[in-house]
Design a binder for this molecule. Structure first.
Ligand SMILES: Cc1cc2nc3c(=O)[nH]c(=O)nc-3n(C[C@H](O)[C@H](O)[C@H](O)COP(=O)(O)OP(=O)(O)OC[C@H]3O[C@@H](n4cnc5c(N)ncnc54)[C@H](O)[C@@H]3O)c2cc1C
Length: 388
């Protein structure tokens, strides 16, 4: 076994830390959060560094599929601001990975170079008012009319719909009861007539604002179905493929960034804040809390990087990616809340980043398959018996 971080990853971390210090100062991150603003100019600079092409090969304009590198970018950006890291995922992962794995050759050649240049991001239109974890039960309906698809229905929690280029919309495309033959994915430009987007006020994850989207007789050409004609009614296999494993890891990487930032800030604050004539870092309750937080973050990083390595090797990793998502998301929540405790009253006001960090971290166990769903996956896929 070799636990050394590869040299190209160390270089990447170094580059990103300099990038974040220069282009994403703390004051800007606080403003993007307050204004629910996507700093597109910062995102475009990530493309200039070649970071949006880390998920697909050079022949489509990328730099080669490197899942660990992708996760390191997500973690480093998330340490400072989800207003940049979430759109990064919408480009490199939502668009890049789905097009590479599921798109037609024409879609890959036409769209992947735009992902690499920072000119194409997807928003996920999967959840609906009555559809959460059970995505296969979506009701938004798509019907074929000649060479077009007509869509009617509504999506909830479609994050970034008003900043994206395509809503990657999961639709019911046949009356079949089986999951496998009834769903399709359609790429819907958000400005298509009949699309209405309304922002939802959320606690955190500002920048790629979450939205309600309604589709009223929305018409797009059949070329906009993922994998075109061959993708019609093949949506379920696109959800349950390797992309799902990486999607869990994306949330694990955001969680790692949030946890690491909360830990670093609390570590520094504990040494600066003096009460009863001593830095609070001298009190055992604070020392033990910080030692536990360090341990949790280290363990979360190991489990996430191990799952990333399996995924990059193309090995089966459904259990490991669920473990990584579960553990990293719960770590982000508990580390952020512990950090807030160390900040005391200052953890509850907007003077420090920890207040935003807590709001963002509370989301991690909810999105990308809740902690309960990951526990179900782990127990079911490891064959844990139950009475009939
Ligand atoms: C800020 C934000 C951004 C989001 N962005 C997007 C997005 O871009 N695109 C998108 O499509 N969706 C998005 N979502 C939706 C998110 O993916 C949903 O939270 C998810 O689909 C689960 O749905 P739900 O939260 O309504 O929970 P439900 O599925 O209704 O579950 C409710 C509760 O029951 C539990 N539960 C459900 N089923 C089971 C089960 N089988 N076993 C045990 N427990 C179970 C859950 O863990 C949860 O605690 C976003 C949500 C938020 C809050």
């Amino acid at each position: 076994m070799n636990f050394d971080i590869p040299e190209h990853i160390v270089l990447l971390q170094d580059t990103l830390r300099r990038f974040v210090a220069r282009h994403m100062p703390r004051e800007s991150a606080a403003r993007w959060d307050k204004e629910n603003h996507f700093p597109r100019e910062v995102f475009k600079q990530l493309a200039d560094l070649g970071l949006l092409g880390l998920t697909f090969p050079e022949k489509y304009g990328g730099t080669g599929r490197d899942i660990l590198a992708t996760l390191v970018v997500i973690e480093e950006l998330s340490r400072r601001s989800l207003a940049v890291s979430v759109p990064y995922i919408m480009g490199s992962c939502y668009a890049g990975m789905n097009l590479l794995e599921c798109g037609s050759e024409r879609q890959k050649r036409e769209l992947l170079p735009k992902v690499a240049s920072g000119d194409l991001i997807f928003a996920y239109g999967w959840s609906e008012p009555d559809v959460g974890a059970d995505v296969a039960s979506v009701k938004t309906r798509a019907t074929r009319v000649g060479n077009h698809v007509v869509i009617n229905g509504s999506k909830r929690f479609c994050s970034g719909a008003d900043i994206c280029d395509y809503i990657y919309t999961l639709v019911r495309s046949s009356d079949s009861e089986a999951k496998s033959g009834a769903l399709s994915f359609v790429l819907v430009p958000p400005h298509t007539p009949g699309v209405t987007i309304t922002r939802i006020e959320s606690l955190g994850m500002k920048g790629a604002a979450t939205t309600d989207v309604t589709f009223t007789d929305v018409r797009v050409p059949i070329e906009n179905v993922m994998n075109e004609e061959a993708g019609w009614n093949r949506g379920w296999s696109m959800i349950s493929g390797a992309g799902l494993d990486v999607e869990k890891l994306e949330v694990a990487a955001i969680s790692l960034g949030l946890a690491a930032a909360a830990l670093d800030d609390a570590w520094d604050y504990a040494q600066q804040r003096t009460q009863f004539g001593r830095p609070i870092s001298e009190y055992q309750s604070i020392r033990h809390k910080l030692a536990d937080m360090k341990t949790q973050v280290h363990a979360a990083r190991l489990v996430t990087h191990h799952a990333a390595w399996l995924a990059n090797e193309g090995r089966r990793c459904g259990v490991e990616t669920s473990m990584a998502k579960l553990f990293a998301a719960e770590t982000a929540k508990s580390v952020a809340l512990d950090a807030q405790t160390i900040f005391g009253a200052y953890g509850y006001v907007k003077d420090f980043d920890i207040e935003r960090n807590v709001r963002d971290a509370l989301l991690m166990p909810i999105i990308g398959g809740s902690s309960a769903i990951q526990r179900n996956n782990i127990a079911n896929w490891l064959g844990l018996g139950r009475s009939k």
